[in-house]
Ligand binder design. Structure first.
Ligand SMILES: Nc1ncnc2c1ncn2[C@@H]1O[C@H](COP(=O)(O)OP(=O)(O)OP(=O)(O)O)[C@@H](O)[C@H]1O
Length: 351
């Protein structure tokens, strides 16, 4: 099923266009309040757009113009499954009955629906729990049952709203693995804050910010060459946006950043992005000169442990340095520092 989506909701400052090709998974990323859940609600039919349409394989699920709904397929008739952060299983039904609920309500006989439920439970690795009551499951198990239930209804479109958000970190790998396998041929939109979900599950990423799509592309491209601050943050990269000067990127703060550029032919003034890894950044108490490098003055805003290293943040930039360096430089929040990154470590590209 191919999803096309173009909807506005002025009350929420929401104006988004998206499409997902047959069998593909699109991850919606963005800060809190960006509009990710709103997009899912509009596709599922729990919200109505002010203007716009949602279609599946060309068939309209909703079409609205200036606040008037022209076409409306109610949520239960859309064959769209929305999986919320909490599993929300029916407490009075067994695990098998929960999963069989979709096929049963579509008219399948009990035996047939139970067989479909057992297949789906096996898909998520929980066949042995079929006779249990939902109240006896762990959060991770309940969420996997909810995935099985959503898929048993054979939805044309699967919508996952931060499926790992309510789970302990120890159980997310198992659910992610189940999903990776199950989403392979399923047209899916998933919202997430986690780069691993995007990397493992999504073919494409759309970054939403302030109710708008600010960036869109293949997952690997967006994470390797982000164009939005949010995508850079989740990819763990420093990003400085600006315009091309002929030999560098001039930021709005007036700094010129030098790096690997895509070659000649770029017009002066075009929007450009410079990206570099925190591990490539060194921290000094004085300005460094010498080999082609970029230096940025900053005030340390936070220090966070990061594996064997310490992530030093100065507002918009981050450097990963050793604990020894932190001690030698007496780095504390409020310290004035120079961050330095060699031009050879900076990737510069249009956008
Ligand atoms: N029920 C509601 N009524 C009115 N406005 C709402 C409602 N729910 C959300 N909003 C607003 O719509 C905008 C988008 O919210 P939405 O929940 O879609 O964001 P989100 O990207 O899913 O955020 P999060 O990551 O925090 O879940 C926000 O400005 C929010 O305040």
């Amino acid at each position: 099923m191919t999803l096309t989506f173009a909807a506005t909701l002025p009350d929420r400052g929401f104006d988004v266009e998206l499409d997902v090709a047959e069998g593909r998974t699109l991850a919606l990323l963005g800060p809190n309040g960006a509009g990710k859940s709103t997009a899912l609600g509009l596709a599922a039919g729990t919200l109505r757009p002010h203007d716009g349409h949602v279609t599946l394989d060309g068939r309209p699920l909703v079409h609205a113009e200036a606040g008037r709904t022209r076409t409306w397929v109610p949520p239960h008739a859309r064959q769209v499954a929305l999986l919320a952060q909490e599993a929300l299983l029916f407490p009075h039904l067994s695990v098998r009955q929960n999963v069989a609920f979709g096929p049963r309500s579509q008219g399948a006989r009990r035996r047939e629906a139970d067989a479909a439920a057992d297949r789906r439970l096996a898909d998520v690795g929980l066949a042995s729990l079929a006779d249990r009551a939902p109240s006896t499951l762990s959060g991770g198990q309940a969420q996997r049952v909810a995935v099985a239930r959503a898929l048993a209804a054979e939805p044309r479109l699967l919508l996952l709203d931060e499926p790992m958000a309510a789970l302990d970190v120890e159980v997310t790998p198992a659910l992610r693995q189940s999903l990776k396998h199950l989403l392979a041929e399923q047209t899916t939109v998933i919202t997430t804050h986690d780069v691993l979900d995007a990397l493992l599950l999504a073919d494409e990423i759309a970054v939403i910010d302030g109710g708008r799509v600010v960036e869109r592309g293949a997952t690997a491209d967006v994470l390797a060459r982000p164009r939005s601050t949010f995508a850079a943050k989740i990819a763990g990269l420093n990003l400085l946006a600006g315009t091309w000067t002929g030999d560098g990127v001039r930021t709005t703060a007036g700094e010129v950043v030098h790096g690997h550029a895509p070659g000649d032919g770029l017009a002066v003034g075009v929007p450009m992005t410079a990206v570099f890894r925190p591990a490539a950044v060194s921290v000094y108490l004085d300005e460094q000169h010498g080999s082609p490098r970029n230096t940025f003055r900053g005030t340390v805003t936070s220090l966070e442990p990061r594996g064997d290293l310490v992530r030093v943040r100065t507002g918009h930039l981050a450097a990963d340095v050793t604990p020894q360096s932190v001690a030698e430089l007496s780095l504390v929040p409020g310290a004035q520092v120079w961050l330095s990154v060699k031009a050879a470590e900076v990737d510069v590209y249009p956008g």
